[in-house]
Design a binder for this molecule. Structure first.
Ligand code: PLP
Length: 374
């Protein structure tokens, strides 16, 4: 098979750099000349600006999204012996963070359309289990669309569960006019380079409006120090550095426009692929989707992916193996038909702010010519 040099990638963080090159270079130089590289004015300013943009009272920058989830869970009191409900069609980091607290992840089923946590199935699951060790739920706002948060918050309140949102793919997603990350007790963000708001290295944040919980995260991210060199608690090292924070401060004011651009490209895909035979993404009413991924479904997904690759279109599969079928999180007795079907069929077509309408059109031409549809 002669594979063409990739023309289109699922994400392109370098394009994000080039779009703001002079400003990013200036921010990097500013930090380099400041002599202050860890937990300084850039991190503080970014924390303020990100919380203001989200509509939360506070934000604590940490080293990555996985740490953000783990520290948020710990700050909410989750630990050994507890159970935390999430979904199985997420990156393994979601479950790894739960396991790192000493708790056990449980997996609820997803809605076949949005492929997000099915809150009705969750309610039924909680009713039948009635397990007092279930302490929290981690909704994953997958692909750029938020879970049905208004309904989830009601269910969580009825069952005395803490909600810790996984917002790693949902910077700017909204439900009923309120941003993902501003609903749960706490929420975790990742600034991995390919996320909608990406750094050029690792980064993450815990956000929320509970000052006591945020203060715990603030202590834990630096050795449990309340005073320098004196640990209140063992803590750890999980810090957002000044370079990444300064870069994120350049990128944050551009995020709304970039999300709008993603939405325009997604609309073009939907127009061109309407009669393709692919199952197209579903956006629930009342939600603002920020199109971290443009995910179509097809039973011959692997064939389609391979065909596109020979034509220079690199697509993604998020995620090929559900958590309950992965060696680290194996639950052989558990059957989640909607989750398993999604994992077998999903394909992310290239979508990022470095692309234009003409790029989407040429990707669609190739998709429509694929033999998987013959
Ligand atoms: C990226 C991602 C994470 C992990 O973030 P890192 O910064 O890579 O640790 C967690 N959850 C989801 C849904 C993600 O997409």
């Amino acid at each position: 098979m002669n594979t063409a040099k990739p023309r289109y990638l699922p994400a392109d963080p370098r394009a994000g750099y080039l779009a703001a090159e002079a400003e990013i270079d200036a921010a990097i130089r500013r930090v380099m000349h400041s002599g202050h590289y860890i937990l300084g004015p850039e991190t503080e300013a970014f924390e303020r600006e990100f919380a203001a943009w989200l509509g939360t009272a506070g934000c604590v920058g940490v080293a990555n999204g996985t740490d953000a989830l783990e520290l948020a869970l710990r700050a909410a009191g989750i630990g050994p012996g507890d159970k935390v409900v999430t979904v199985a069609n997420t990156v393994s980091a979601t479950a790894a963070a739960i396991v790192a607290t000493g708790a056990t992840p449980l997996y609820a089923e997803i809605e076949p359309g949005t492929m997000l946590l099915d809150v009705a199935a969750l309610a039924a699951f909680l009713e039948t289990r009635r397990d007092p060790r279930i302490k929290a739920v981690v909704p994953v706002h997958l692909y750029g669309q938020a879970v049905d948060l208004p309904r989830l918050m009601e269910i969580a309140a009825a069952h005395h569960l803490t909600v810790i949102e996984d917002c790693a793919q949902a910077h700017g997603a909204e439900v009923a006019g309120r941003k993902a990350g501003a609903w749960g007790h706490l929420a975790a963000f990742s600034f991995y380079p390919t996320k909608n708001l990406g750094a050029f290295g690792d980064g993450g944040a815990v956000v929320g409006s509970d000052p006591a919980a945020l203060e715990k995260v603030r202590l834990w991210r630096q050795y449990g120090w309340r005073r320098r060199y004196v640990s209140d608690q063992p803590g750890r090292n999980s810090r957002l550095d000044e370079l990444q924070a300064a870069i994120l401060r350049v990128r944050l004011p551009r995020l709304d426009a970039e999300n709008a651009q993603r939405a325009g490209l997604a609309a073009r895909y939907a127009e061109r692929l309407l009669e393709s035979g692919l199952i197209l993404p579903v956006t629930a009413t009342g939600r603002r989707h920020v199109w971290h991924q443009y995910v179509v479904r097809h039973p011959r997904r692997d064939e389609l992916k391979a065909w596109l690759e020979t034509r220079g279109v690199v697509s993604g599969v998020l995620y090929p193996v559900p958590l309950h079928r992965q060696p680290a999180f194996h639950r052989p007795e558990l059957s989640l038909p909607a989750t398993e079907a999604a994992c077998a069929e999903v394909l992310s077509l290239p979508l990022h702010p470095g692309l234009g309408r003409a790029d989407i059109d040429s990707i669609c031409d190739m998709v429509l010519a694929a033999p998987a549809f013959a």
